[in-house]
Design a protein around this ligand. Structure first.
Ligand code: GLP
Length: 249
């Protein structure tokens, strides 16, 4: 695992975008795993800039999103479908047929999860972008989720619903369930880039890097992946014992 520390959110976002841009330049038909949450918004902003500046094109890029709320219509502004269009897809030349976001029709969840798995097995991701929850979740793999899980339906943690209630009128409107790639799907990506910003992520980052690998902190499993890059700002790195700006282990 390589951890890089940046002065602030903006610097971290630029560096994370540069990382993704290099991968797209190396492989224009990159299979890219995408994350939602506020953290990757800056990264997406700089990807859009690189597209506007004719540095990269997304014409051949294929994407797979990590997760989606169950029961929110795709047209809801807080669905991850809407989020991804608002912050990335509507501003680049990606082909709609190359966009994959888990479907969230509550009637057919088990079948939809199986179909999403099958599609991912035929399309191994070259790079998976991740954020991290305050409780150490990745995607929506909440503490206690089994590491062998593939795409599944998860009951959201109260902490996660509380964290995400800032996007809704009240916590009662936050969905109770989500569909998410499992840890096994995440680990199946050839490379992983995790971004985190702010003091409220410092403990999760510390446990991810130094804690025991355990279901209690799902992100800790990344210690076992051969090719993980973590980009954090100073606040998120504040509990790591970093003398310089780079840690590798
Ligand atoms: C959400 C998403 C995660 C994301 C996390 C952190 O619940 N399912 O993929 O990493 O929360 O979000 P934020 O970046 O807004 O802190």
């Amino acid at each position: 695992m390589d951890i890089y520390k940046y002065k602030d959110y903006e610097d971290m976002s630029k560096a994370a975008a540069a990382f993704v841009i290099r991968e797209i330049i190396k492989k224009p038909n990159l299979i890219l795993g995408l994350a939602t949450g506020t953290t990757p918004i800056g990264l997406y902003k700089y990807l859009i800039k690189a597209y506007d500046d004719y540095i990269i094109s997304f014409k051949e890029v294929k994407t797979f999103n990590l997760d989606e709320y169950v029961g929110l219509p795709r047209s809801h502004p807080e669905s991850y479908y809407s989020f991804m269009h608002r912050y990335l897809f509507d501003h680049i030349d990606i082909l709609p047929k190359n966009i994959n976001i888990p479907s969230n029709d509550p009637e057919n969840m088990e079948r939809l999860a199986t179909e999403y798995n099958a599609k991912m097995f035929g399309n191994q991701r070259d790079l998976q972008i991740l954020g991290i929850g305050q409780n150490g979740h990745i995607g929506f793999n909440e503490p206690g989720s089994r590491m062998g899980n593939m795409t599944f339906i998860v009951k959201l943690d109260e902490q996660t619903r509380l964290d995400n209630s800032r996007f809704f009128k009240s916590i009662d409107e936050v969905p109770k369930y989500a569909i998410t790639m499992g840890i096994k799907n995440i680990m199946f990506s050839k490379q992983i880039l995790l971004v985190a910003s702010g003091k409220n992520k410092a403990e999760a980052i510390y446990k991810m890097a130094y804690g025991d690998v355990s279901d209690d902190v799902p992100a800790s499993v990344l210690q076992l992946h051969p090719h993980v890059t973590v980009m954090v700002d100073e606040e998120a790195a504040s509990l790591l014992n970093m003398t310089g700006n780079h840690l590798t282990f």
